[in-house]
Design a protein around this ligand. Structure first.
Ligand code: HEM
Length: 409
C-alpha cells in the first residue's frame, strides 16, 4: 500500500495509476486533507452523503476552476485580448433553487424515453463510421470511432453543422484541458483563447435561432421560458450549450474507448458478451465503473461541518472521488476485476447522483452500447494489438485513453 504522504493527484504518473493510493485513502483517511488544502473524499458512503447534502456541500465551485469555463480571469492582464464571458452558473456549478430552474429545461432533452427513440439514428452514425475504416487491418479506435460518434450526435442535437465538428473538437479539448490541472501556463492561455472562440460561436448560433427557430436544442433553449417567466439570456444559453458540448463529448469518447479496452483485453469477457449480446448494457456499466471517465467532482462547504470523522471548515474545497468510490470493496467485491456479469455494476457513481445526476447518462450509455455491439458484430476477430500502452491523457479530473489500436481482421 502506498504511503499517503507521497500522494499528489496532479502528478501525471499518479493520475495514470491512482488505484493503490485510493485503497490507502479509503482505509486510512477516507476524508483526507491533501497538502494542497482540499479534502479528498474516497469512500462510496462519504461521497454519497456529501452529494445528498447540497446545502452544505455546494456546487458553486467555479472560482476554484483554473481556466476553461471558470478561470480565465486568473490569467494576468494583457495575456488575453478579451476576457471570456462572465462565468454563468447554470447546471454543474449551481445550487438550488436556481439550479432546479435550469435543470427542468434540460431534463427532457436526453430523457431515457427520448434516447430510446434515437436508437436507429445513433446506429446509422456508428455504422457509417465503421464503413469508413472496415477495410483496414488496424485502426486507432479513439480518433476513428470514440471521438466522432459522440461529437456528431451532440452537434446534430444542438443544431450546429457537422462541417464545424473539427472546431468543436478543438474547443471541447480546450475547455476540459485546464480542469485537469496538468498543463503549462502558455497552454492555459491558448485554451482560454479557444474557449472565447467557442463562446462567440455559440452566441452567434443562439442569436440566429432567436430570429429563426429550427428543430434543435439551441432553438428550444432560446425560446424556452424559465418557470413561465423570463427567457434565458445569451450568457445562460451559451453556458448550457457549452456544458452539453464539453460534458457530452469528451466523457463519452472516454467511455467508448475504455469499454472497448476493458472488453478486448480480457478475451474471456469479450467471448461472454459475443455469446450473450444482452450483456452489453451491463458491460457498459462495468466499464463506467472501472474507467470512471469523470474521476470526481468538486464541492465547496457552506459552513463548518463534519464528514465522517473529519472536521471541514466553511469554504473548504472537497473532491468527491467517484473513481475511488467505484472501487470501494464495501460496495463492489473484488473491485479491481472487470466483470461483465457484476450484479450491481450500475450502482457506480460515474454519473454522480441526486440533483446533479448527469442528464446525458442515457445518451452516453446508448452510444457506448451501440459502438460495442457493432464492433463485435462486424469484426469477429477484433482484438487489441501488441502496440498499446493503454496510457491516458494526463488529467486529474478526466480519464481517457490517448489511443487504442485495434486489429480488425
Ligand atoms: C460517459 C459519459 C458521461 C459521463 C461519465 C458524465 C459524467 C457526469 C457527472 C459525474 C456529472 C455530475 C457531476 C456532479 O456530481 O456534480 C455530470 C453532469 C452533467 N453532465 Fe454528464 N457525463 C457524461 C455524458 C454526458 C452527456 C452525453 C451530456 C449531454 C449531452 C452530459 C451533460 C451533463 C451536464 C449538462 C451535467 C450537469 C448537470 C447538473 O449539474 O445538473 N453528460 N456528468
Amino acid at each position: 500500500m502506498r504511503p499517503l504522504e507521497d500522494y499528489n493527484p496532479f502528478d501525471p504518473e499518479v493520475a495514470e495509476n491512482p488505484f493503490e493510493y485510493y485503497a490507502a485513502l479509503r482505509e486510512q483517511a477516507p476524508v483526507y486533507q491533501t497538502p494542497m488544502g482540499f479534502f479528498m473524499v474516497s469512500t462510496y458512503d462519504h461521497c454519497v452523503s456529501a452529494i445528498r447534502d447540497p446545502g452544505v456541500f455546494s456546487s458553486r465551485f467555479t472560482a476554484a476552476m483554473a481556466g476553461g469555463m471558470g478561470g480565465a480571469e486568473k490569467l494576468e492582464g494583457g495575456e488575453l485580448d478579451e476576457i471570456p464571458m462572465a462565468p454563468t452558473d447554470t447546471l454543474l456549478t449551481n445550487d438550488p433553487p436556481s439550479h432546479t430552474r435550469f435543470r427542468k429545461l434540460v431534463n427532457k432533452a436526453f430523457s431515457p424515453r427520448r434516447v430510446e427513440k434515437m436508437d436507429d439514428y445513433v446506429s446509422t452514425i456508428a455504422s457509417n463510421l465503421i464503413d469508413g475504416f472496415a477495410a483496414q487491418s488496424t485502426i486507432d479506435a479513439v480518433p476513428e470511432l470514440a471521438v466522432p460518434l459522440p461529437l456528431t450526435v451532440i452537434a446534430d442535437q444542438l443544431g450546429v453543422p457537422r462541417s464545424d465538428m473539427a472546431d468543436f473538437k478543438k474547443w471541447s479539448d480546450a475547455s476540459v484541458a485546464p480542469l485537469g490541472g496538468i498543463i503549462s501556463h502558455d497552454e492555459q492561455i491558448e485554451c482560454a483563447r479557444l474557449v472565447l472562440d467557442l463562446q462567440k460561436y455559440l452566441r452567434a448560433r443562439a442569436r440566429e435561432r432567436r430570429e429563426n427557430a429550427t428543430d434543435d436544442l439551441l432553438s428550444d433553449m432560446v425560446h424556452a421560458s424559465v418557470d413561465g417567466e423570463s427567457s434565458l439570456t445569451d450568457a445562460e444559453v451559451v453556458s448550457i450549450a457549452q456544458q452539453f458540448l464539453v460534458a457530452g463529448n469528451e466523457t463519452s469518447t472516454h467511455l467508448i474507448a475504455g469499454a472497448l479496452m476493458f472488453l478486448l483485453r480480457d478475451p474471456e469477457q469479450a467471448e461472454k458478451v459475443r455469446a450473450q449480446p444482452e450483456l452489453i448494457p451491463n458491460a457498459v456499466e462495468e466499464a463506467l465503473r472501472c474507467e470512471t471517465p469523470v474521476q470526481g467532482m468538486w464541492r465547496v462547504s457552506t459552513c463548518d461541518t463534519r464528514l465522517g470523522d473529519t472536521d471541514i471548515p466553511e469554504g473548504s474545497f472537497l473532491m468527491l472521488r467517484y473513481a475511488s468510490a467505484n472501487r470501494d470493496p464495501a460496495v463492489f467485491p473484488d473491485p479491481d476485476r472487470f466483470d461483465v456479469e457484476r450484479p450491481n455494476a450500475r450502482e457506480h457513481l460515474s454519473f454522480g447522483r441526486a440533483i446533479h445526476f448527469c442528464p446525458g447518462a442515457s445518451l452516453a450509455r446508448k452510444e457506448a452500447s451501440v459502438a460495442i455491439a457493432q464492433m463485435l458484430e462486424r469484426f469477429p476477430r477484433l482484438s487489441v494489438t501488441q502496440d498499446n500502452d493503454f496510457r491516458h491523457h494526463p488529467s486529474m479530473l478526466l480519464r481517457g485513453l490517448s489511443r487504442l489500436e485495434l486489429s480488425l481482421q
